[in-house]
Unconditional design. Sequence first.
Length: 210
Amino acid sequence: MKVVVPPSSGGWLELKLNSESVSRIDSYIKKSEEKPTSVTGALAGNISESNALEDTDDWFLKNVLYDCVVKYTQSFPPNREMKVAIDVLKVFDPYKLRLNSFWVNYQRQYEFNPMHDHTGLFSFVIWKHMPVEWMEQLEVPNCKYSGSPCAGNFAFVYHDIFGSAHTYQYGISKDLENTMLFFPSSIKHLVNPFYNSDEVRVSISGNLNF
């Protein structure tokens, strides 16, 4: 009797940004606030403010994102979109990838990001300022007695070999500030609304493509 376990269909990377990377991101946000360029209309988010960022001299691409691409391709098999890109290029060269969209989200109470995916080959999210703690959100009246409490959480959505849908949730808290998730752009994900805070939740997103 042989047990057959199918190969992994993929996953994502999770990393904590170092102080130099955090300083860079903070400088990009500050620069965008001086002369904001709205990208809200191009995004799925039901949030009131999202502005474009500029990766000056491709610093973040070269010092953070390329390492993520290499690590990901060494750790997981290529998905359909990556296979197409490899066929077109014949040789997959991660250093030909470019950060072709890069933005900051300002999410307020009750706002949310519905389930969606991104354009490109790889995407990432960075949590900059988290105004609420997920454990406290579970005490909100409309969540307290729910069988699936998820207020304020970020979640990936995926299917198993039987076709059943699953979610992997990140309970967002201040401990996750300056944490980055790096994943194939085709992975569905969402951000639930938070409650009981007038502070703004700040996150960064971006997409890499040829």
